[in-house]
Design a protein around this ligand. Structure first.
Ligand code: ADP
Length: 481
């Protein structure tokens, strides 16, 4: 059993008040370890250290910041197995998938180590000849980063790396269910020599840490991934000190399959985007719309594939899908399935789960499930299920598919399958989503601007777009003699 500490001002520290919380393995409820919980004093200490580190860190040549990040990247690559094992133990996903997540997170560190060197300014022609206008881009300042449990490694790397590349110190609060992946990643940032105060890790009460960070004027930016409700609350709290806000919130991704699609490909890509992480992903396919003439064939293919999925402990070699994160997640999945069935949906496969171990908060598994004859009034078609359930609704025309897909308060990811180039482009342009996977079930990558329309969020993560939300724009108007 492990016991991990907080990371403040370049040092690993026990909780001053002696508070620790349990981290459970969602596979069976066993205790993975204990994590130190920060009190208000420790949050304030981390803010003061970050504030102090800001000037020096942001004034370093970008090349030097980049050098630290490259070292960090190297260590992350070397230790990927250790991080992945930690991730599986506290989050439950299969080890191979955990390794994929660690590599994805690591790729952001590499990308932003490079991008640090490309924070370009501009000059603008002035309207009178003795003047010059010079535009600078400067780091926004101390940043609070709050991350979720579904991608406890990649979210940490994805948030910290653009911030520190831009010159902003970061105070990280990982999710209480999964703090150890963050601990492993930050141990390596320490080993890479990233100066004290540039990164802090605070675990513990979300409200206490969140409120203290958000009230403080020295914190100039918050970057958050998590539920839409918490994101909105943080945005409201940020208003008092007009903090810059980046939000990556919920999604309700439509997966549209036209009659001219490559159905084998559509089915195969769907397995990745639905079964991965047990469906607990903001870009997971939440609702499948299929053109009526190919419904039967597609459902047949998916049903065969779904019923073969091996469910179990993420450390078992043949496991393809792990547990849900906890009992609440399980009950939500159950509720969505029951609601759909009570309103006329039909079960094709799955529709039940099981419990392992004797802990009432962990050890919950749900079988990959397909529902057909689904209608728009069912909960599952409006709210994020965050589980391995695929509701399928048929459509007749292209216009109808677009309208059904766009009829959501969310706008993160969407997927379109068609072999027609014209249709693919036409539909992609009309979808009100930040991400469109056109015949592609895994569009996420470090160089692309990940983020959502509507209530799915603000700003983008990834690519050159991702660093911009950590930069202020300043112009200097110069009057010459
Ligand atoms: P999920 O439903 O995925 O658990 P949450 O939005 O509840 O999503 O959690 C995402 C992150 O936000 C976690 O790190 C959690 O601790 C944090 N969080 C939850 N509530 C608050 C809050 N009131 N203030 C700050 N952070 C919060």
């Amino acid at each position: 059993m492990r016991t991990e500490k907080l990371y403040i001002k370049g040092q690993w520290k026990d909780s001053a008040a002696g508070d620790y919380f349990d981290v459970l393995n969602p596979a069976d409820g066993s205790l993975v370890g204990k994590m130190a919980a920060a009190g208000k004093e420790e949050v304030l200490e981390a803010i003061a250290a970050a504030d102090q580190a800001f000037e020096e860190w942001s004034n370093l040549p970008a090349q030097v910041r980049s050098g630290y990040m490259k070292k960090w990247h190297e260590l992350l690559q070397e230790k990927e197995e250790i991080i992945a094992r930690t991730l599986t133990a506290e989050q439950g996903k299969p080890l191979e998938e955990a390794l994929g997540e660690v590599r994805s997170g690591t790729s952001y560190v590499e990308w932003y180590a490079e991008e640090a060197k490309r924070v370009y300014g501009e000059t603008i022609p002035a309207s009178s000849s003795p003047k010059r206008i010079m535009v600078l881009r400067q780091p926004v300042g101390v940043t609070a980063a709050i991350t979720p449990w579904n991608f406890p490694a990649s979210m940490v790397a994805r948030k910290i790396s653009p911030a520190i590349a831009a010159g902003c110190p970061v105070i990280l609060k990982p999710a209480e269910k999964t703090p150890f992946s963050a601990v492993e990643i930050i141990k390596l940032a320490h080993e890479a020599g990233i100066p004290k105060g540039v990164i802090a890790l605070l675990a513990g009460s979300a409200e206490l840490i969140g409120d203290t960070l958000l009230e403080d004027r020295r914190v100039r930016k918050i970057t958050f991934t998590g539920s839409t409700d918490v994101g909105k609350a943080l945005m409201k709290q940020s208003a008092d000190t007009v903090k810059r806000v980046s939000l990556e919130l919920g999604g309700h991704a439509p997966y549209i399959v036209f009659d001219d699609a490559d159905l084998d490909k559509a089915a195969e890509e769907l397995m990745g985007v639905k079964i991965k992480n047990c469906g607990q992903t903001c870009v997971s396919a939440n609702r499948l719309y299929v053109q009526e003439s190919v419904e039967k064939e597609l459902v047949q293919k998916l049903s065969e594939a779904f019923s073969k999925i091996k469910i179990g402990n993420g450390f078992d070699k043949d496991t393809q899908m792990g547990p849900l994160i906890d009992g609440d997640a399980y009950r939500k999945v159950q509720e969505h399935v029951e609601d759909a069935l009570s309103k006329g949906a039909k079960l094709v496969t799955g529709g039940e789960g099981f419990h392992k171990g004797d802990h009432d908060q962990a050890g919950y598994y749900y079988k990959p499930t397909i529902l057909v004859d689904v209608t728009a009034d069912m909960k599952i078609m409006k709210e994020e299920t965050f589980g391995p359930v695929l509701p399928i609704q048929r459509f007749t025309t292209e216009e109808e598919a677009i309208q059904l897909a766009n009829n959501s308060r969310y706008g993160l990811a969407s997927y379109v399958f068609t072999e027609s180039l014209n249709r693919g482009i036409r539909v992609s342009e009309k979808l009100e989503f930040g991400i469109v996977g056109l015949n592609d079930g895994s569009p996420g990558t470090a160089q692309a601007p990940f983020g959502g329309f509507k209530e799915s969020g603000l700003e983008r993560e990834g690519g050159h777009f991702g660093i911009e939300s950590f930069l202020e724009v300043k112009y200097v108007s110069i009057s010459m003699k």
